[in-house]
Each structure stands twice: as structure tokens, then as C-alpha cells.
Write a protein that binds this ligand. Structure first.
Ligand code: SF4
Length: 79
């Protein structure tokens, strides 16, 4: 496993955006750890037509922090 820092693709809302986020994407966002072999499509509007594939530790200036899909997140944040 590799560590994923803020600003890197694994924590970006566009990473894997072209499909429903599965357990793997949610775990990366929760644990900031990803498989060394994972590659997924970047859904950023400027890259999508090129079908850019990136790793969780890639990055670009189009980074937008992914929101957690857990329903507990917003509830916990309001407390
Ligand atoms: S390439 Fe840029 S926009 Fe695409 S997932 Fe990575 S950080 Fe996000």
C-alpha cells in the first residue's frame, strides 16, 4: 500500500468519477492508503475526453477534494 497525500488524485473528487465509487475508492478517502497497482480514470472536464488514467498518487492543479460518501460525515460535522 502507498500513502496518499492531500492534493493527490486518490483524494480528488475526479478520481474514478466516471463510475460509481466502490469500496476501494471510499477506503482510499478514509485511510489515505491505496494499492500500488491501482489506476483509474480522471473525470475532470479538461481530461475526460482524453480518458486520462492516473494513479492515486498522481496529481494536477484541477484537484478538488472528494467528499466522503458516508452519511455519518455531515452529521458528525454538525456536532
Ligand atoms: S489528474 Fe487532477 S483532476 Fe484528475 S483526479 Fe488527479 S488531481 Fe484530480
Amino acid at each position: 500500500m502507498i500513502h496518499v497525500d492531500n492534493g493527490q488524485c486518490g483524494l480528488c473528487s475526479h478520481f474514478g468519477e466516471t463510475h460509481v465509487a466502490g469500496t476501494q475508492l471510499n477506503q482510499i478517502r478514509e485511510n489515505h492508503e491505496a494499492s500500488e497497482t491501482l489506476v483509474d480514470e480522471c473525470g475532470h472536464p479538461k481530461h475526460a475526453s482524453l480518458h486520462l488514467k492516473v494513479t492515486p498518487i498522481s496529481g494536477c492543479d484541477g484537484f478538488e477534494a472528494a467528499k466522503m460518501s458516508s452519511r455519518l460525515g455531515p452529521v458528525a460535522a454538525r456536532r
